[in-house]
Design a protein around this ligand. Sequence first.
Ligand code: PLP
Length: 421
Amino acid sequence: MNPHWTESGQNLTGPSGILELMDDLGNAIGRDDLCMLGGGNPAAIPELQAIWRERMRELLDHDTAGFDRMLNNYDTPIGRPAFIEALAGHLRRRYDWDIGPGNIAVTNGTQNGLFHLFNAIAEPGRPVLLPLCPEYIGYADLGLRGPSFVARRPAIELRGDHDFKYGIDFDALGLKGKPNEFAAVCLSRPTNPSGNVVTNAELARLSEQAAAAETPIVVDNAYGAPFPGIVFSDIEPTWDHNTILSLSLSKFGLPGTRTGILIADESVIQGMRAANAIANLATGNIGQELVTPLLESDRITELCRDVVRPFYESRAKQADLWLREAMDPNLPWRLHACEGSMFFWLWCDGLPISSAELYQRLKARGVLVVPGHYFFFGLGASGADWPHQHQCLRIHAAMPPDITQRGLGIIAEEVAKAYAG
Ligand code: PLP
């Protein structure tokens, strides 16, 4: 057959960075010969795995009605009422937000929720503004009607010989005094790929400018607070009626359940409810059923604080030491401040080959990373003369230690070879 794809169909079915990334990830599973430092799988944290097993056993052996409810029913197109109530109660107790069940929509993963949201509000002529590029590769191809993101280059703060940090360049933002020009402002916090955490002050300033421009702000907390809490400093999430927060159970150890959550003004939630009914009928039940008791008891807070964050922080610190030991100190590489998420963001300044070529050389040696250029989209003309976007690699910092150490050693060798020409 030779399907006739419509224009939207071509956008949906054509090649994309996220497709390559997810293919690499899926194909690497079970391959012991590969150092998989590329994908976005959460680490296997034994304490969390024990909780999921225990809850499943409880459902099977003691709460058979709950087990049947989980498998036998379509729930509402916006999620399970018990989960939504439990989440609203948890957020009220923890942050004192003025939030009720009407402010919460469950989606089949954040990716799916943002696909509906961005296609409902954005299009190429009225795009979503990404204030700090590089940004999450998974947004790049969400627009069914074509590229629907405009991104800004960041301010770059150089720190010492081998470190750096991005910041929002408010002078370049172009949001002030432009009501409704953008469909939304969006950022991931912590940022995938760089591990940057936009500061409280930056976020407050951005939210203020977005509200003044009558533009909603989407804060994607896939790695952040309230869960999974993979943030290595004390930041608080904020919410108001101009903010759309997205949360996910994926990095809390449940990517297989495909559970995402949007927290927003009721008008947005009602739109997402309608979209979910059309596209999915209902949401997946399993993640919601597993996590509801942790929200009702507020145990989720201590799990994130005492188990998830320390796990990722200690893996990141160890990997940081290994990488710095392995890399040649005389070369001009820099590591982005790892303030959260699961990733290292390595910038090889002045590298004679592109990060895409470096990725291929690493792949040939059995090390999978993600070449950085995928995360630089929406820049238009401002990206044309910016070599930085071809000089970075995203490296998973929380895989099993032996894999990480071996992979980082090979990365250091290949970077040195590439600089040597
Ligand atoms: N947002 C960011 C920043 C991510 O890194 C990811 C996944 O890696 C997602 C959203 C999608 O998450 P989900 O598994 O909930 O669809």
